[in-house]
Design a binder for this molecule. Structure first.
Ligand SMILES: Nc1ncnc2c1ncn2[C@@H]1O[C@H](COP(=O)(O)OP(=O)(O)O)[C@@H](O)[C@H]1O
Ligand SMILES: [Mg+2]
Length: 340
């Protein structure tokens, strides 16, 4: 077994707030998260839970009314206290982002050849010929058939899945230490989605890249993530190794998310959507933000917000009554109360 790798990205006491005419929006609060070389961290949660803004803040991509505070360290350097110029040098070189819509990263008027080789010419100072050779090799590596022909095409001539492969090739070209992929497969059909996730898994293993995979779909993380951080209302409510999490969630929200995943080995009726809606970020409820939707909430949950605390070795949960026996570390599920 290897020792815990030195984190490539580390968030410490990290928050993102937006000022709006109606007041301040605490989109992300008090995160402590890290991801190491060769490791894949999945960040999971319902829409609006703060996944995207967390990493937009890391990359300096927040809209103008937003501000990130705390520390976002990439190999020890705090991105939040860096000049725009310093940040520019790191973005694209040491870290890259892949978005749901590949067209946000591609120039519709540029051949694939130039989109890819330009990155290397700009960031690595490579000569055009060398850059083009490296770009073509990367296109083959990300599984694009007839790479030479694709090289001469424009983005609109490619399918959605192929375009996302091009974007992944572009992200990987400078051999970044960190890739953040924000719902990279959400727009793709299920078969292509699985292929793209396989590609991420193979490439991060090959290059030792740290990968943060953002998804609203807990169902896609099993085959690819090492660790999972579950976000709710701007906070991490559970963090665990992927196998431990899937065996037994410790937080009632994670358990509820799991019950809501359609699975091929279950009857469709077994899918059990989470009742209610996530809290209004402007007016979060007192106590635990999940308590209004929690089947197990007790008085304390309505009054005090539970901190994210270690509930078993390598496992953290923000719950007063996690499904974990503190003495043995065994995860125990309470009897499900009747619905309604
Ligand atoms: N420019 C903005 N001004 C105010 N609130 C914002 C802005 N951008 C995002 N938010 C709020 O931040 C919260 C988190 O959003 P986001 O990180 O995009 O969620 P997710 O990616 O998990 O779906 C949401 O409540 C959203 O409304
Ligand atoms: Mg998002």
């Amino acid at each position: 077994m290897q020792a815990t790798p030195q984190p490539v990205l580390e968030l410490r006491d990290y928050s993102v707030r937006f000022s709006t005419p109606d007041g301040e929006v605490a989109a992300v609060s008090d995160l402590d998260l890290s991801v190491g070389a060769g490791e894949t961290l999945a960040v999971v949660g319902e829409s609006g839970s703060g996944k995207s803004q967390t990493f937009n803040g890391v990359f300096g991509l927040l809209s103008r009314n937003g501000r990130a505070t705390g520390a976002a360290l990439v190999e020890g350097r705090n991105l939040l206290s860096m000049s725009e110029k310093g940040l520019d040098a790191i973005r694209g070189q040491d870290m890259a982002m892949v978005f749901q819509d590949p067209m946000t990263a591609l120039n519709p008027a540029m051949k694939i050849r130039h989109q890819l080789s330009e990155t290397l010419q700009v960031h690595k100072g490579m000569k055009r010929r060398d850059a083009e050779a490296a770009a073509l090799a990367m296109l083959r590596l990300v599984g694009i058939p007839e790479a030479e022909r694709r090289f001469e095409q424009y983005p609109h001539q490619l399918s959605g899945g192929m375009r996302q492969r091009v974007v992944i090739a572009m992200a990987l070209l400078c051999r970044p230490k960190l890739i953040v992929a924000d719902e990279p497969t959400t727009a793709l059909d299920v078969t292509i989605q699985a292929q793209i996730l396989d590609l991420f898994r193979d490439l991060t293993a090959e290059f030792g890249t740290a990968l943060v995979l953002i998804t609203h779909d807990l169902g896609v993380v099993a085959g690819i993530a090492d660790r999972v951080a579950v976000m709710y209302a701007g906070r991490v409510v559970e963090e665990a190794a992927v196998d431990a999490l899937f065996q037994r969630p410790a937080h009632p929200y994670t358990a509820a998310l799991m019950r809501s995943i359609p699975r091929v080995d279950r009857e469709i009726e077994a899918v059990d959507p989470i009742p209610g809606r996530p809290p209004d970020v402007m007016r979060p409820p007192p106590g635990c933000p999940f308590h209004p939707r929690c089947r197990h909430a007790e008085d304390r949950c309505r009054r005090e917000r539970p901190p994210l605390a270690e509930v078993a070795p390598g496992r953290r949960a923000a719950c007063w009554f996690p499904f974990v026996d503190a003495a043995s570390g065994a995860v125990t599920l309470p009897a499900e109360p009747a619905h309604g």
